[in-house]
Design a protein around this ligand. Structure first.
Ligand code: C2E
Ligand code: CA
Ligand code: CA
Length: 406
């Protein structure tokens, strides 16, 4: 980012400044080396216990969190650290570096700006990740991904308004794998780009078979930040022939938090094409209200966790109430997610939400079910509440999704 914003020379100067600051934090007997790019290795001899190494890691994190003055600019970077301790973890140089690398991976995936100490389970998990990654790569090529569509209905629950595309992985041995198990992996391994493109293309193509309603597609922050994202969407729309105004992209707060200017530009271009933008999982982030004002969203989706809490605490009822009113006041469509019971439905109806989505109306369903509902004048089958034990009342006119779905 610093290279892009201030030029490579500034990037080089930053690397030097980082190295200097590390040196200041170390003892004379410690060794620091730059590995390449923005990666450094530190060799700390005579470590008596994990504690010594962790102590150093904490000092380094604190030192690197302070801003750097690069020319006229002040920048903040931060760091992630992986620790391996020899000879326990490995007596070989290569082995130690590999262990530190696995711990580093873990530090990065648990939110950055922290350190992690290597443990043996990490090797096994890395092995598993590699296998799953290879399988997922093949799955994309072999068309083993399945896209289900969950209805989004009018506030009275009677009419189908839109569907949300939700991906599943039809694994030859493990059966239907839910997205929670492979989306994070795909994100960390660069697979989210082909995966996201696959889902988008499939959803756009399928949507041509159920005219009259919108189709919503989830976009991961990494995917959205990619340079070619807008172009890719434009191309996919052109290739599939889907009317852009029928496509809705669901973005999370993470998209706009990290690089606001870049995100804003992409959003403006997408809206100019006619594509609608929804802010997903509204209320789970921390500064949603600011983003709502700045960014051009058409819609907010109130997260299920709010609805769950409404029944237990009076406070969330007030929050949901305010959010619905705020959304309406800003001229946005307000959709509530995860509606499971008649009580929740009545509550949202009374508040004036616009659209609803949840197991009460339908689980994610195969394409054929959506086509059938559209042919039947978009009439939804009668609602079926989720019971206290998590099961649902019988009488499903819509075929239930495959096992393991949702
Ligand atoms: P999300 O975007 O918040 O999607 C809604 C999730 O809530 C879905 O889970 C849906 O099945 C579930 N859900 C809907 N109504 C109810 C309800 O009444 N009760 C309960 N308990 N759950 C309900 P799913 O399909 O497992 O998806 C999980 C997450 O995976 C999604 O959360 C989304 O963040 C991600 N995801 C799914 N498909 C894709 C995709 O194609 N691309 C990307 N980037 N992410 C995806
Ligand atoms: Ca979503
Ligand atoms: Ca959501």
């Amino acid at each position: 980012e610093i290279n892009d914003s201030f030029g490579h020379e500034a990037g080089d100067r930053l690397i030097v400044a980082v190295a200097r600051r590390m040196q200041e934090t170390l003892r004379a007997t410690d060794v620091v080396a730059r590995f390449g790019g923005d990666e450094f290795a530190i060799l700390q001899p005579n470590v008596k216990s994990n504690y010594d190494a962790e102590q150093l890691a904490r000092r380094l994190l604190a030192a690197l969190r302070e801003p750097f003055d690069i020319g006229d600019n002040q920048v903040r970077v931060g760091a992630s650290i992986g620790l391996a301790i020899g000879p326990g973890d490995s007596a070989e140089v290569e082995g130690l570096l590999r262990c530190a690398d696995l711990a580093l991976y873990r530090a990065k995936s648990s939110g950055r700006n922290c350190y992690m100490v290597f443990n043996a389970a990490m090797t096994e998990q890395a092995e598993q990740r590699r296998t799953t990654e290879q399988e997922l790569r093949l799955a994309i090529e072999r068309d083993e991904l399945v896209v289900l569509y969950q209805p989004i209905v009018s506030i009275d629950g009677k009419k189908l308004m839109a569907v949300e595309a939700l991906v599943r992985w039809k694994h030859p041995i493990r059966g239907m794998v839910p997205p929670s198990e492979f989306i994070p992996l795909a994100e960390s391994r660069g697979l989210i780009l082909p995966l996201g493109e696959y889902v988008l293309r499939r959803a756009c193509r399928d949507a041509c078979l159920f005219p009259g309603i919108r189709v919503a597609v989830n976009v991961s922050a990494i995917q959205f930040r990619h340079r070619n994202f807008v172009k890719m969407v434009e191309q996919t729309l052109a290739e599939t022939g889907l009317d852009p105004t029928r496509l809705e992209l669901e973005l999370t707060e993470g998209v706009v938090v990290e690089d606001a200017d870049e995100a804003e530009n992409a959003m403006i271009e997408l809206r100019a094409m006619g594509v609608r933008l929804a802010l997903d999982d509204f209320g789970t982030g921390y500064s949603s209200l600011i983003y709502l004002r700045r960014f051009a969203f058409d819609k907010i989706k109130i997260d299920k966790s709010f609805l769950d809490a409404v029944e237990t605490t009076g406070e969330s009822a007030i929050i949901v109430h305010s959010v619905v009113h705020l959304g309406r006041a800003l001229g946005l469509t307000v959709t509530a997610e995860g509606v499971e019971t008649h009580e929740q439905h009545r509550f949202l109806q009374a508040l004036g939400a616009h659209e609803l989505q949840g197991f009460l109306f339908s689980r994610p369903a195969p394409l054929e079910d959506i086509i059938r509902i559209c042919e039947n004048d978009r009439q939804m089958p009668p609602p079926r509440p989720v019971l206290a034990d998590g099961t649902q009342e019988p009488g499903a006119p819509i075929q239930l999704p495959l096992a393991g779905a949702a």
